[in-house]
Design a protein around this ligand. Structure first.
Ligand code: AMP
Length: 865
């Protein structure tokens, strides 16, 4: 790195000559005719020469050893006529260190001598004539330097010199990448034999294998590399960089030399992959290296049926020929033919299983796959087996008499069979395949000792799936039709297609959101004609309307409960599109109750409520939240059986005339909805429980409108402030208490539907528990006493009330004048107050305002909670 090059400096170099007639600056041109500064002196004929040339200050830029390269010509003294006595053929070079330019005026004797410079070749008169320049180049170095810069000085003591150029520089080892580590620009050490140890930094996407180091020599060369970096997993080395592995390639570890193509039956779609994924049905052991190909255990190929009854099929199979490791277990998948979306999986460590709980006379498809440490193999081909028909003789125990009668072997053979039974020779669960052969001859025997045991095998696990969703044992789960990409698929998954010709429409019974609701009859093959309700989709529907309309069928079709409206099927292949469900003679519950006000016994009403609660328990068990539970959405049949209906999708509340838009934009049936669902759309089975409490109130008040004519806003406010509907007239206290429980602000404190069902069951079993009513007088006094100023809670006495409004000083006067109950206080007028001696206008206002507030709440019929 140059610190100074006199050839490249344009203009004045700023060097000083002393004495003034010594060194002279002469403008010359170099070999390329570029102007250069030269300094010349030639006082060979004069005695005692001491001519100094001082450079300007030169920064050393942090270098502690600098080099000075001088180019000069020098005249041969022998070639000078008569001047030999004083003529010199050398000059001296000095330096002086200083941190700034202050050192300019120091005395010559403070300069430190670097060297005496002599010419290798001096020129003569002859050379001048031939114009031959005998240029000398001399390099000297100085160090260690300790200050920021220095001056150079050239002393002439009587020579004939032309100083053509002065170049001052230092040496560095330039930035370099070696062994994937970057080493920075490094200035050489001060000592000419010194090696500087320099640490490298691993380049992008590389990791340290061993700390990288190199040595920078005084000559500016990198020497002796130690340690190295390696491209990390997913990257490979190319041209001193780490390049990403392309999709389809991988590098598992920094030590692998380069990206490799994914091994057979594996792939990767990502860049920088460190391993490849196995293709479907191909596996690799966890302990296998990622360079290993993915393989598949050889599938189970031989499956044989064993005992078959009307409800079960037993199977056995042989271990695959090339299992590709030790088989840990088998997975057996089966489903009813053409019903593949609903399947069951059994896991078994044995090579035999019994699938039970099957439908009689139905074909089932079985597939088996093995799992080794390498993972699952592919499923076997499909094996079809059929359960015995309901009425046919089978190997089931119930069929034994038939078989025994039909086999005319008689008592002797029977004795043999009994002998076998008593000996118990085949009563272990290992009967497996062999016993199924015996099953032909000795059906009862096989039943006892055969596969029924395998069912209880603790090593065997059974899971049911529906459309990819796991079904918990015994509990089916509601599947949101929205999860289907194609809504039509959901409809046909859950609803039967009915031919329009099987339906007879009789009359219109109502109006639904999508079209008329009619009553009619359905005649299915092999069944008696029966009444049905038919919802139609009006003509000119949009695709979304059709989807939403059929959405209800997709939901309804998943339910199977006596208190949930039953779906018969749908008509989608012809127009009009229809949803056909069971017919509920008495229509919707709210209208029915209004029409029959006071006509039912409490037990009948509780029976209705019990049915609704039971239907709701079923829905909540399935994970379905109704969101619009209200008496208008309950249908009631001629036997007074109530069934939950109205299952919508996105339209869920759109068609409900009670649904109002909330400030958050949703449409919600305010009077039936729990506060958390109104406030932040927290719809859960617990919010359905709140709605159920309102339905109880509707039922017990024969279809009264909850919160009467209060506005929705007032309802929200009152409920938020802790007020609740009062008991309906003549309502059993236990039922009203249950309603209040359903209206707990904290949704976790509300009862669950199964608890509601059991409470109602208990009440029905013990009708005397329904005798205690929230009677008219206590109801009235309830209203009066409980309706206290908003936020202050109920007042048990006049004193408590007056204390609460800070008017306690008048308690005695009120009591003495006969206003000893809240009922009596409610009648107080301003005149009365004045008469009682409440003369301060502020106090009169306070008392009258408080009474006024209580009366407003009384009109609204609310009870603070
Ligand atoms: P929806 O669109 O479900 O609210 O039905 C509109 C009206 O049709 C209801 O209020 C009932 O009066 C009547 N309705 C609906 N479904 C049935 C049914 N399954 N049986 C009898 N009436 C029904």
């Amino acid at each position: 790195m140059n610190l100074l090059d006199s050839r490249t400096v344009m203009g004045d170099l700023g060097w000083i000559a002393y004495p003034k007639n010594g060194w002279e600056e002469i403008g010359e041109v170099d070999e390329n005719y570029a102007p250069i500064h030269t300094y010349q002196v030639c006082k060979v004929m004069e005695q005692n020469q001491n001519n100094w040339l001082l450079t300007s200050w030169i920064s050393n830029e942090g270098a502690s050893r600098i080099f000075i390269e001088l180019k000069f010509t020098l005249r041969d003294c022998n070639s000078l006529p008569g001047g030999l006595g004083t003529c010199k053929e050398t000059f001296n070079m000095y330096y002086f260190e200083s941190d700034d330019e202050d050192g300019r005026n120091i005395k010559e004797n403070q300069y430190i001598k670097i060297d005496t410079i002599a010419a290798d070749e001096s020129f003569t008169e002859l050379d001048l004539g031939d114009r031959v320049m005998k240029l000398n180049t001399e390099v000297r170095d100085v160090g260690p330097l300790t200050k920021k810069g220095f001056y150079l000085a050239f002393q002439d003591v009587g020579a004939c010199i032309a100083l053509v150029s002065v170049r001052v520089y230092y040496k560095k080892c330039p930035s370099v990448i070696r062994n994937l580590a970057r080493f920075p620009d490094t200035i050489t050490g001060a000592d000419s034999s010194q090696l500087l140890e320099v640490s490298g930094v691993c380049i992008n996407h590389s990791v340290t294998e061993e700390a990288p180091k190199m040595h920078c020599s005084a000559e500016g060369e990198w020497l002796v590399p130690i340690g190295k970096c390696l491209c990390k997993a997913g990257y490979e080395e190319k041209n001193n960089t780490c390049q990403v592995c392309r999709p389809g390639f991988f590098k598992a570890s920094p030590h692998s030399p380069s990206c490799s193509k994914c091994p057979p039956h594996s792939y990767t779609l990502d860049e920088a992959s460190t391993s490849c994924l196995c293709e479907e049905h191909y596996f690799r052991k966890e302990s296998d290296p990622p360079t290993m190909a993915c393989t598949t255990p050889s599938p189970v190929s031989t499956v044989k049926k064993g005992k078959i009854t009307k409800n079960s099929i037993s199977l056995s199979w042989q271990e695959p020929d090339r299992p590709n490791g030790i088989i840990l277990e088998y997975e057996i998948k089966y489903f009813e033919k053409d019903q593949e979306t609903s399947y069951t999986i059994i896991k078994s460590k044995e090579t035999t299983i019994t699938a039970d709980g099957l439908k009689p006379g139905s074909t089932y498809i079985f597939q088996i796959r093995a799992r080794t440490a390498a993972g699952y193999g592919g499923f076997s081909q499909r094996f079809e087996f059929e359960t015995s028909p309901l009425l046919a003789a089978s190997s089931d125990e119930s069929q034994i008499p038939i078989i025994v009668v039909s086999v005319t072997v008689g008592v002797i053979l029977l004795a043999v069979v009994i002998g076998f039974l008593l000996s118990g020779s085949c009563c272990d669960h290992g009967c497996g395949w062999a016993s199924s052969l015996r099953a032909v001859a000795y059906p009862s025997l096989t039943w006892r000792c055969g596969y029924s045991k395998a069912k209880q095998d603790p090593e065997e696990e059974k899971m049911h799936f529906h459309n990819g969703h796991i079904k918990l044992p015994g509990v089916r789960t509601y599947v949101d039709p929205h999860t289907y990409e194609d809504p039509n698929q959901a409809v046909h998954e859950f609803a039967k297609e009915i031919e329009a010709s099987c339906i007879t429409i009789e009359r219109v019974i109502g109006a639904g959101e999508f079209g008329e609701v009619c009553s009619g009859r359905l005649k299915l093959q092999g069944k008696r004609e029966f009444p049905v309700a038919i919802k139609t989709l009006k003509v000119g529907y949009t695709e979304k309307q059709r989807r939403d309309f059929l959405g209800e069928a997709s939901i309804m079709g998943q339910f199977d409960h006596p208190n949930i409206i039953h779906l018969e099927g749908v008509v989608t292949k012809s127009k009009p599109v229809m949803i056909v469900s069971e017919y509920m003679e008495n229509g919707s519950l709210d209208t029915f109750l209004k029409k029959n006000d006071g006509q039912f016994t409490v037990i009948q009403l509780v029976g209705m409520l019990r049915g609704i609660a039971s239907g709701m328990k079923y829905l909540s068990d399935m994970g379905y939240v109704h969101r619009d539970l209200a008496a208008r959405n309950i249908l009631i049949n001629s036997n007074l059986v109530c069934k939950v209906s109205d299952f919508g999708l996105s339209r869920v509340l759109e068609d409900d005339p009670e649904a109002a838009y909330t400030t958050r934009g949703g449409k919600i049936p305010i009077r039936w909805t729990a506060p958390e669902a109104i406030a932040f759309r927290k719809f859960t089975s617990a919010s359905d429980v709140w709605s159920y409490g309102i339905v109880m109130w509707e039922v017990m008040s024969y279809g009264e409108r909850p919160y009467w004519e209060m506005t929705n806003q007032d309802v929200i406010k009152a409920v938020e402030e802790g007020y609740r509907l009062p008991s309906p007239m003549d309502c059993p206290a236990a039922l009203y208490q249950l309603m209040l429980d359903c209206w707990q602000k904290d949704r976790n404190s509300r009862p669950k539907f199964d608890e509601i069902v059991s409470i109602l069951d208990k009440l029905i079993r013990n009708p005397s528990s329904l005798k205690t009513l929230v009677n008219a007088s206590s109801r009235a006094s309830n209203l009066l006493v409980e309706h206290s100023p908003v936020g202050t809670g109920a007042y048990r006495s006049v004193g408590e009330w007056l204390e609460a409004i800070k008017m306690g000083r008048y308690t005695e006067i009120f009591m003495e004048n006969g206003y000893s109950s809240m009922d009596a206080v409610a009648q107080v007028t301003l005149e009365d107050l004045r008469r009682l001696g409440v003369t301060l206008v502020g106090h009169q206002k306070k008392i009258m305002n408080s009474l006024q507030e209580m009366k407003v709440q009384l009109v609204n019929g609310m009870v603070p909670f």
